[in-house]
Design a binder for this molecule. Structure first.
Ligand SMILES: [Cu+2]
Length: 80
């Protein structure tokens, strides 16, 4: 689970085993998304207290992502 808090993804960089999955939970009053740069995933808008449906990673690599509402918010997931 990646928490979104204070306009920051926590942790900003994380590791997922190949074939594993994770979710994003927004704890901020502001809406956020987690959207992959290459379009591999997009949580859609998450309002306060909402958790995304789990995202499964079946391809190894580094997935950088951002928030569509606040493009300065960025994170990275490494799948290996
Ligand atoms: Cu945001």
């Amino acid at each position: 689970m990646i928490q979104i808090q204070g306009f920051t993804f926590h942790p900003a960089r994380c590791f997922v085993a190949l074939g594993g999955s994770l979710s994003f939970e927004n704890q901020d009053a502001a809406p956020h998304t987690a959207t992959a740069d290459g379009g591999a995933f997009d949580t859609g808008i998450l309002n306060q207290g909402q958790t995304s449906t789990p995202i499964t990673f079946n391809q190894a690599g580094i997935y950088s992502y951002f928030c569509r509402v606040h493009p300065g918010m960025r994170g990275e997931i490494e799948v290996r």
